[in-house]
Design a protein around this ligand. Structure first.
Ligand code: NAP
Length: 297
């Protein structure tokens, strides 16, 4: 247990003003952890962020100025905490290298949870169409392991805010009204987990010795759906049948290649999760029978 001197471990969230980082801050506070947020100096003067930071302060969060590029600020922050959870965006995961150096240098961090929160980068098969999205996350894992830093990797597949609100329709933010595009057979299932649940499980993991140096897979059985199942739920809810437009694997691959990066990443995630033999293989690595599966890595 990461309980220090009879009190809850102190948790530093990096990326606390981000969409997922906010959920981590809430989950950490709700679990009674003294909670710290590392915030970049310019962020304090942004209107939306400053309101959020004020509400963090009012809830008892200790705000620390610093950034992933600023080694002294990282060392100063690490002196005050026991656990670090990082939630910078996927485009910035390699910026965690300086943080890893700082954690090694500080020598006192009991658990580090790097910014992942998706499919397992060591298992997901991409046919090299992901512009190194997963390779970078795997590279960070290797740096953490090389330095011998105690860690947990959180693998949750899709956040609920991503793809689910549109019934997996690229470019839409809400479910379609008349027509729905179905990728492949529509029967391949994926896992969708609410961000606040991912955050709660993440914070639970820091106090659980079973998750030390392991991957924690979040696969609640009630959160696993195929596109056909999602469409049927929506049709029952609205009382209206949707026209089904089927997209073959070849058509989707063509769209991925023809759409410029990064707009084609949604199509890539759809391909890797819902269509093709690749999706079936990825699915086998991701769905487990138990509510919360703590796997070896
Ligand atoms: N599974 C899924 O479906 C899914 C979907 C989306 C995201 N994710 C994952 O969730 C995680 C967070 O993503 P997000 O979309 O929530 O991110 P986001 O909203 O873009 O948040 C980014 C946060 O990172 C902070 N940040 C950026 N650069 C920094 C630096 N140099 N030093 C310190 N802080 C820095 C930002 O701080 P400022 O306020 O200072 O800018 C902000 O708080 C990532 O691991 C991502 O892969 C998963």
């Amino acid at each position: 247990m990461a309980i220090v001197g009879g009190s809850r471990s102190k948790v530093l969230v990096i990326g606390a003003t981000g969409r997922f980082g906010q959920e981590l801050v809430k989950a950490s506070l709700a679990a009674g952890h003294p909670t710290y947020a590392l915030v970049r100096e310019p962020t304090f003067s942004l209107a939306d962020a400053s309101l959020l930071l004020r509400s963090f302060s009012a809830s008892g969060v200790t705000l620390l100025k610093g950034s992933l590029q600023d080694f002294p600020s990282l060392l100063e922050a690490l002196k005050q905490v026991d656990v670090v959870v990082c939630a910078v965006p996927s485009s910035q995961v390699l910026e965690q290298k300086l943080l890893i150096r700082a954690i090694k240098h500080a020598g006192r961090i009991e658990r580090f949870i790097p910014s992942e929160f998706g499919a397992d980068p060591d298992k997901v098969q991409t046919l090299e169409m992901d512009y190194d999205f997963y390779k970078k996350k795997a590279e960070i894992r290797r740096c953490i392991e090389k330095e011998g830093i105690p860690h947990t990797y959180i693998s949750c597949n899709f956040f609920q805010r991503y793809l689910l609100p549109s019934l997996v329709q690229p470019g839409l933010k809400t479910p379609p009204i008349d027509k729905v595009t179905i990728f492949g057979s529509g029967n391949v299932q994926a896992v969708f987990v609410k961000e606040s649940d991912v955050a709660t499980f993440t914070i639970c993991a820091i106090d659980d010795t079973r998750t030390l140096n392991k991957v924690l897979y979040l696969r609640p059985s009630g959160n696993v759906y195929s596109q056909n199942e999602l469409t049927e739920i929506w049709e029952v809810k609205t009382g209206k049948k949707l026209e089904k437009i089927h997209v073959t694997e070849e058509q989707l691959l063509k769209s991925i290649h023809e759409t410029p990066f990064p707009s084609n990443m949604d199509l890539f995630f759809i391909y890797s999760a819902f269509q093709s033999k690749l999706a079936a293989r990825n699915l086998r690595g991701q769905i487990h029978k138990k509510q919360l599966d703590i796997c070896r890595y």
